[in-house]
Write a protein that binds this ligand. Structure first.
Ligand code: ZN
Length: 268
């Protein structure tokens, strides 16, 4: 098979490409979140250390791209940007939509967008809040810690309800999402305890492993798929730390983690 042939669809499953980037096949739709496909190398003050497990040409049949924020290369690198702008629809923050144009539509927290599924049903995407650093971190002119970020909750009749966190370090925000959305069946959690020199005294700007386990507990989700824990030099906690933290919390059974490029079911 040529490497550029589309990756067969695996409905009801998720594949972590590397870094924050995941592919979700849900309700007959293919969704790619926070696309990053560059080769390893420097990106300004950040350094990429691993390329994608699967390249973007395999996902050219994408129906929807989700971008939690466009401000940082580890969530939106050069090839990821080109991929996103070629997609039929890109949901992101209001600020990013203004900057990106094209297929981008901006959603504020709790705004929704509904897509028709191939089977005639609907998939509703709700933008949910995210705080990209410690609660007491310095706020920008818009009142955001670090920058404007959204997470997403994907839901539809007969489908698992999936929370894709985006870069969020706040358990208070996870608690608010749990309260407002009702049961979450599966999560994609941006973990890795990203720490950036000079920012917030090097405190994490994404979930550390213990907070990822706590988020899984707060949401009560039976399936939790970490992303954003390897592939960039500023990610300080990898797969071992996640396995340890979920183990310490007695939550090993709800942690779904495998080598990047592996399909993982959204159902337990
Ligand atoms: Zn970021």
């Amino acid at each position: 098979m040529a490497s550029s042939s589309p990756l067969p669809r695996h409905d009801g499953q998720v594949l972590v490409v590397g870094g924050p980037t995941t592919v979700l096949d849900l309700g007959g739709l293919r969704i790619v979140s926070d696309p990053t496909f560059d080769a390893p190398g420097p990106h300004g003050y950040l350094t990429k250390t691993e390329g994608p497990a699967v390249t973007e040409d395999r996902f050219a049949d994408v129906d929807l791209v989700l971008v939690s924020h466009d401000n940082h290369a580890d969530n939106f690198d050069d090839r990821g940007r080109a991929f996103a702008l070629a997609a039929p629809l890109l949901l992101t923050t209001t600020g990013a939509a203004g900057r990106l144009g094209g297929p981008a539509k901006g959603l504020g927290a709790w705004d929704t967008h509904t897509l028709t599924r191939p089977d005639g049903g609907e998939l509703t995407i709700t933008a949910v809040p995210a705080v990209h650093g410690p609660e007491d971190g310095e706020r920008d002119a818009d009142g955001e810690v670090n920058c404007q970020v959204v997470g997403f909750v994907l839901a539809g009749d007969g489908l698992p309800t999936v929370y894709v966190s985006g870069d969020n370090a706040s358990l208070r925000t996870v608690t608010e999402i749990a309260r407002r959305t009702g049961p979450i069946d599966a999560t994609v959690l941006h973990a890795g305890a990203a720490r950036v020199p000079g920012k917030f005294r090097q405190r994490p700007v994404s979930l550390d492993s213990a907070r990822a386990a706590a988020a899984a507990a707060i949401l009560g989700a039976p399936v939790n798929i970490p992303a954003h824990y390897t592939g960039w030099a500023h990610f300080t906690e990898g797969r071992d730390a996640l396995e340890h933290a979920f183990g310490d919390a007695g939550l090993t059974s709800v942690l779904c983690i495998a080598d990047h490029g592996t399909w993982l079911s959204l159902k337990p």
